[in-house]
Design a protein around this ligand. Structure first.
Ligand code: ZN
Length: 265
């Protein structure tokens, strides 16, 4: 009896593990970029577009003005174009409040927030995103600094139940590969927060682990050739070329497209 139960659980787990490969026949790779950085506009989008790959950008504030009188904001123009080109613009709150222990000033840290305040920010960011990208009606979300707590309140379920966002991304490391597709929390999808100076070989090694486990891997990038947690432009470009050349084994797609597929029956 106990053995039967064990076998049933094993079979159910295997069914979950292989659910996505039946649907795509490929391992799933999501490239995600946080904080709406200048290098995303100047480097990442041109590199993605020339490789023909689609990605997800978790945006907080968007610079709505130009330094030259009479010119449109370069950021507004570029993000609008990115959405038109099939990239996903997603919600990363408005002011990106993080825990004090990560160096945030007390007045702006998440500890000084109420749930109502974070909800107002998420709604406001949704409105901003809808102006840049009116076609997309549902938004994915990434927790600032990968933190989903305000005090002891986990607000992940709350924002989904209020239909503010559809799916959520949290943090993780190089071991954060999703394989148990039948048993995911789609508001807390783990990702590898790519560290400063990560090499091409390391980026590829993570993809290969995803491939070997028939899983899903989410890269969480920040600066590319500039800003913080940066990797070089050359490394990023070479990694995109690697993914492009191996599209027979990788389905490189946006975070929401991947989650739509995984959560579909
Ligand atoms: Zn961020």
């Amino acid at each position: 009896m106990r053995y039967c139960l064990f076998l049933t659980v094993l079979l159910l787990l295997q069914a979950g593990i292989h659910a996505q490969t039946k649907k795509t026949g490929k391992a799933i790779i999501c490239l995600t970029y946080d904080d709406g950085l200048q290098s995303h506009l100047s480097t990442v989008l041109p590199q993605l577009d020339s490789a023909g790959l689609k990605a997800t950008f978790f945006l907080n504030a968007i610079q709505g003005s130009s330094e030259a009188i009479g010119e449109a904001s370069p950021a507004v123009a570029a993000w609008t174009r990115a959405a038109g080109n099939g990239h996903e613009l997603a919600n990363h709150t408005l002011f990106h409040a993080c825990p004090e222990r990560l160096g945030w000033q007390k007045a702006f840290a998440i500890e000084s927030y109420t749930v109502e305040k974070i909800i107002t920010e998420i709604k406001t960011e949704n409105t901003l995103l809808s102006l840049l990208d009116p076609k997309r009606k549902a938004r994915a979300f990434a927790f600032p600094c990968n933190n989903f707590l305000i005090g002891s309140t986990d607000y992940s379920d709350l924002i989904r139940k209020q239909n503010l966002v559809t799916y959520g991304r949290i943090g993780g490391d190089r071991k954060s590969i999703i394989t148990q597709f039948g048993n995911i929390n789609s508001m807390k999808m783990p990702s590898w927060m790519v560290e400063e100076g990560t090499t091409l070989a390391e980026l590829i090694a993570f993809a290969e682990k995803v491939r070997d486990s028939n899983g899903m891997g989410i890269y969480q990038f920040h600066g590319i050739g500039a800003e913080f947690f940066k990797i070089s432009k050359e490394t990023h470009s070479a990694f995109l070329n690697y993914l492009k050349e191996h599209q027979d084994v990788y389905w490189v797609t946006t975070f929401s497209d991947a989650l739509d597929l995984i959560t579909s029956k």
